[in-house]
Design a protein around this ligand. Structure first.
Ligand code: ATP
Ligand code: MG
Length: 519
């Protein structure tokens, strides 16, 4: 008898224990609002809430837990918070933020939560993925080895970008940063690279303009725009780059190549600083919170080239940073420079002087891309950087002296022509073979025979003539210049140049070098 009663007692005890546990859990799954301030809600009672967990408010809005403290949690609002009152109920959802991913997002503008912003139909999706994820580890990665063509001559030749690389575009306002990124997206047409443009804290009007540019270039077919405009809630601006990366990771995991542009991370950092100060986190240097480095490093580490075992996909990232009067040693610029694999430094003075894209050849670098450069680009671009460095050095001297020796004159002439040739209008990327032809003419000093004011006419005519040539077709197939091909191409180009020169009235052959060498 006592045995049975003991058994009953045990069952009842277990039931009570379980009941107490669920009661306790329910208690901790529901909290109440302590205060509401600028989109930040302090909630008490959510003892078990997780970092980045979504919580639901009585008015139907959602928020994200960003601060965990002893007696309360700090929640940033993801929706309307005007009618949230003190003491109103808050419920845990036990979920972190996840966004829809997949091919249906191509051609669309979405907000940071994945909802359409373009006034078109709802987006059908099968999968949602959490926006925070640990980056692939070293064993899953491979070194950068395939080029990502930007179609911008100065970048592809001197600062080549490889698939899986992170190349920072940095410069003051209005120096053509966004244009570089958009041109790179346009140039991915037909190259099997999906693109994501994340607009962070920008004007809606600029985003519309970018959408129209991409649409006109038929680039929206393979592009998604994640838009978190300046008017959005700070929490949405904060998660936007992670949303973009998550969408990119879906394709990465399927072995595809993705290009992602973060425009720009300065605004992202400033927005995060605002959030952190409102959450009363201690301010550090320039009032940024202590983890602002981690904010961007955990984002950019997710861009990578995966190895064959992991399907070999890649995410190439072009983060953009805006500087104040060219100061790249400020806090956020130095952080992002140290996280990325190189930077394209845009200079206001060059931009204003009409030398656009205004990429500083001295301060810009690409630390990993050169191993990804195709052989014929590498061969023809080999002397370019040095030529430009010598030109820039002598240019400042030559301003004072009037009598220059022949060698100096030649370096200056050559440099001036290179500078004219690397000017490039927006939204007009070059095909790779066209770049190789221009670089070939530069390397073999063909351009030195052409008067500076005619250099672009020469380039246009030369490209038009050569692209159809047999040798050039062979070159674009082989993608490398052997001795025979080089000699044949050089001869052909010399003859073309001679013909071009003959058409120029009053051509002063002494000024430009010995024409006999062209024969
Ligand atoms: P912001 O700081 O406002 O974001 P930004 O640095 O992104 O500016 P863009 O918006 O790309 O600069 O360009 C500024 C202006 O310069 C635009 O009107 C653009 O058309 C023009 N521009 C950019 N690149 C070139 C170029 N290569 N040739 C001629 N004009 C250009
Ligand atoms: Mg811009």
């Amino acid at each position: 008898m006592s045995k049975i009663s003991n058994q009953f007692a045990a069952i009842i005890k277990a039931k009570i224990k379980k009941y107490a546990k669920t009661q306790k859990q329910e208690q901790h799954d529901e909290g109440c609002v302590v205060s509401v301030n600028d989109g930040i809600v302090i909630v008490s009672g959510l003892d078990n809430a997780m970092l980045n967990e979504i919580v639901k408010f009585e008015n139907g809005s959602f928020g994200m837990v960003l601060n965990l403290e002893a007696n309360c949690v700090g929640v940033v609002m993801l929706g309307n918070y005007t009618n949230i009152k003190e003491n109103s109920r808050v419920i845990r959802t036990r979920q972190t933020i996840s966004v829809p991913v997949g091919d249906n997002l191509l051609g669309r503008i979405i907000n940071a939560l994945g909802f359409p912003q373009d006034g078109l139909s709802n987006i059908k999706y099968k999968i949602k993925m959490p926006i925070e994820k640990i980056a692939p580890n070293v064993m899953m990665r491979e070194t950068v080895s395939r080029p990502l063509e930007t179609g911008i001559l100065s970048i592809d030749s001197m600062f080549p970008i490889g698939k899986g690389q992170r190349e920072l575009i940095i410069g003051d306002r209005q120096t053509g940063k966004t244009t570089l990124a958009i041109d790179t997206i346009i140039n991915q047409k037909g190259k099997n690279v999906k693109c994501i443009y994340v607009a962070i804290g920008q004007k809606e009007s600029s985003v519309v303009q970018i959408y129209q540019t991409l649409k006109k270039a038929k680039a929206m077919e393979y592009t998604t725009i994640v838009n978190a405009p300046a008017s959005d809630l700070p929490a949405l601006i904060y998660i936007a780059p992670y949303t973009g990366t998550t969408i990119a990771e879906y394709w990465l995991n399927r072995g595809e190549d993705v290009l992602i542009v973060y425009d720009d991370l300065t605004k992202h950092a400033i927005n995060y600083r605002t959030l952190s100060l409102l959450l009363r986190r201690p301010p550090g240097r320039e009032a940024y919170p202590g983890d602002v480095f981690y904010l961007h490093s955990r984002l950019l580490e997710r861009s990578c080239q995966l190895n064959k075992k992991n399907k070999g996909g890649s995410i190439t990232a072009l983060p953009i940073i805006e500087t104040q009067i060219g100061d790249i040693s400020a806090y956020i610029p130095t952080n992002v420079i140290s996280i990325t694999d190189g930077q394209l430094f845009m200079v206001t003075s060059m931009f204003n002087a009409g030398q656009r894209p205004a990429i500083d050849p001295g301060l810009s670098v690409s630390r990993v891309g050169s191993s990804a450069q195709r052989s014929y680009v590498k061969q023809t671009a080999s002397t370019l950087k040095l030529d430009l460095a010598r030109y820039n050095e002598l240019r400042s001297f030559s301003q004072f002296g009037s009598d220059l020796d022949d060698e100096t004159k030649q370096i200056l002439n050559h440099g001036e022509r290179i500078m004219a040739l690397i000017k490039q209008a927006p939204n007009k990327p070059y095909e790779e073979i066209a770049e190789v032809l221009i670089l070939f003419a530069i390397k073999n000093r063909i351009i030195d025979y052409i008067p500076l004011n005619l250099i672009n006419n020469f380039k246009d005519e030369m490209l038009e003539y050569f692209i159809k040539q047999k040798n050039v077709k062979e070159l674009s197939k082989k993608q490398t210049l052997d001795g025979k091909l080089t000699a044949a191409l050089l001869k052909e180009m010399q003859q073309f140049t001679l013909k071009f020169i003959k058409k120029i009235p009053n051509y002063d052959s002494k000024q430009y070098g010995d024409i006999a060498k062209l024969k």
